[in-house]
Design a binder for this molecule. Sequence first.
Ligand code: NAD
Length: 257
Amino acid sequence: MPILDAFKLDGKVALVTGATRGLGQAMAAGLAEAGADVAGLDRDEMDFSETRQLVEAQGRRFMPIACDLRASSVADLNTIVGNVVSELGRLDILVNNAGIIRRAPALEYSEEDWDAVLDINLKAVFFLTQAAARVMVKQGGGKVINVASMLSFQGGILVPSYTASKSAVAGITRALANEWADKNINVNAIAPGYMATDNTAPLRADPNRNSAILARIPAGRWGVPDDLKGTAVFLAAAASDYLHGAIIPVDGAWLTR
Ligand code: NAD
């Protein structure tokens, strides 16, 4: 296959969680630009129209899925995957992007903040991946892209449940890669650095944290959602067929500092 063709996603179907804004929206748009149809999952109260426009502007199909991943049972997640296959014909790519963060000192950290973060960032990721992989096994292969974090490698400040969840996302990325590599399913993760989205708005609004973070980023700027498109397309495409269990930092060199 000519190398640039190995980055094309024509005829592929992707399911992206947390697809209405931020990093998920940019990755959904990037996958559509590379040729994929996109099912975009997000909470019911979110506005799907912008992501729909971005996908349809590429001549690709968009399927909105209103779903609260915390309120969904494992059976619900299997139903969602089944609906994607019935409506879009198949499922080749899963991007586990939806995630939340709750900030508080560890001494005061509540059970609710612990459970909410772990339920969405870890439990839903595992069981949605399980549901998708059952389809991918039947289809002869697929691509799972998890969204990890700098806090898959570091401790972070005031976010113990987030650090626990993202460290575990790196762990299950490797565990599932091991199990499924011989089934032509690639499980990898992108670890974004400090990216300008709603998730990090409180950090950017705090002048001290903002300047401390910026001063530590060798690239000299916050990342933007479009910075993830290239890595997402690579991990979704045939170009990455022999890449398994990698946690790829896209971080302006934050980690290498
Ligand atoms: P964001 O808050 O802008 O977007 C998160 C998306 O997930 C939203 O669309 C939201 O509605 C959705 N979501 C949240 N809870 C959900 C639920 N219960 N059910 C369904 N959807 C739900 O944040 P973002 O910065 O775009 O983050 C996307 C991912 O990237 C997250 O996993 C986040 O932890 C991770 N991440 C972000 C950064 C950063 O600097 N922004 C860095 C590293 C990792």
